[in-house]
Design a protein around this ligand. Structure first.
Ligand code: NAI
Ligand code: MG
Length: 361
């Protein structure tokens, strides 16, 4: 077997889009001789309904052992009344926390057939393929001290940006490893002009580069300038590595360079396991879309592209990932659109399964 995959379809449209990924995984076994060792389990509301918790301990154990977790989406209005600790999102957060997934990958990739979906000029984004690596477990969202202190008008709010050397080193390595599988370039973004944590960030990223990844091209940019460049000339970038806060903002900006929520994949990576592969979870950026769940309308491409990332970054099957990405590009160029991608009048949307059929074909 090529490796092991745990599939957690979750709630709402999660199982609908994941069903198309399963068909693609089967295709790889039948047509390309690439057999994955696949198991499936529950997360989110679906897990709560069966086990009374949004992620069972046995599921957590399995997730720790496989090469890649593929997750659909969690959540739904029927679970809004549950206690905080039982909410579907807690299942997702438990996976991220216990697997220690510190490196969040958000690609912005332009499919030319959808170039008119962007708010930018087609020539600025046509052929775009960049990857934002956001540090996910440290920084100002977690640093202590934090809180609102004092009384009345003298109250003040505090958050603390704090990064240790090992935290910076490990996310930097993750970015350099990715760059080696891509175009070989990393741009690190911080604000060392006004933040000491940014100065340390720049120093450590440079040190990891010089000592371990001299073959990768490294540049540095202040994050505000980086934001401007992302919108002005995004194709200058390959991999961008940045902290939790700046990464949150820059990855949302980058996502909208290319359009619909139904098209956006993501990956979260942790430390290398014994077999050298990183702990990994792949999931679409979108949620469970209760407004369209059960109607066969959901766009499966975000979830399929998440599997493509798994091929590339967990299983080192970059050529196969290219094959899958090309199939998606082809069906879009042929004019196939799920309802979320419809702009022009007169085009009939295809269903989730029809989109899956076309990509397989
Ligand atoms: P959402 O991403 O589920 O939906 C936002 C809008 O985009 C909806 O109109 C939906 O129909 C549309 N949409 C999303 N994915 C689509 C797809 N693949 N194809 C076509 N249209 C798509 O976000 P929303 O509505 O804020 O949240 C719904 C539920 O999902 C909530 O329970 C929320 O907590 C949960 N959620 C879960 C996430 C996850 O599992 N990672 C992330 C975001 C929200
Ligand atoms: Mg955000």
């Amino acid at each position: 077997s090529v490796g092991s995959i745990l599939i957690l379809p979750g709630d709402g449209i999660g199982p609908e889009v994941m069903a198309q990924v399963r068909r693609i995984i089967d295709w790889y076994g039948e047509k390309r001789g690439l057999d994955f060792d696949v198991s499936e389990d529950l997360v989110g509301g679906a897990a709560y309904d069966k086990y009374g918790v949004p992620l069972a301990d046995e599921t957590m154990d399995k997730a720790q052992q496989v090469d890649a977790v593929l997750l659909g989406a969690v959540g739904g209005p029927q679970y809004d009344v549950l206690d905080f600790s039982l909410k579907p999102e807690r299942g997702l957060l438990r996976l991220r926390k216990e697997m220690d997934l510190y490196s969040n990958l958000r690609p912005a990739q332009c499919f030319d057939a959808l170039a008119d979906f962007s708010s930018l000029k087609p020539e600025i984004i046509s052929g775009l393929d960049i990857m934002i690596v956001r540090e996910l477990t440290g920084g100002v969202y977690f640093g202590e001290p934090r809180g609102i202190f004092g009384e009345g008008d003298a109250r003040y709010g505090i958050n603390t940006q704090r990064y240790t050397v090992p935290e910076i080193e490990r996310v930097a390595r993750s970015a350099f490893e990715l760059a080696r599988k891509r175009d070989g370039r990393v741009c690190s973004m911080e604000k060392g002009n006004v933040m000491e944590s940014g100065l340390l960030w720049r120093e450590i990223v440079q040190k990891v580069h010089d000592e371990e990844y001299p073959d990768v091209e490294l540049s540095h940019m202040y994050a505000d300038a980086g934001g401007m460049q992302l919108v002005r000339a995004p194709k200058q970038f390959d991999v961008i590595v940045t902290d939790n806060l700046f990464g949150d903002l820059l990855s949302d900006v980058a996502a909208m360079l290319t359009g619909s929520l139904g098209m956006l994949p993501s990956a979260s990576l942790g430390a290398p396991m014994e077999n050298g592969r990183p702990k990994a979870m792949y999931e679409p950026v979108h949620g469970s879309a209760p407004d369209i769940a059960g109607q066969g309308k959901a766009n499966p491409i975000a979830c399929i592209l998440s599997f493509s990332m798994a091929l590339r970054y967990s299983f080192d099957l970059g050529t196969e990932a290219d094959r899958l990405d090309a199939a998606i590009e082809k069906v879009l160029a042929d004019g196939l659109r799920t309802a979320d991608l419809l702009g022009q009048d007169g085009v009939q949307p295809v269903s989730t399964a029809e989109m899956g059929d076309a990509i397989l074909a």
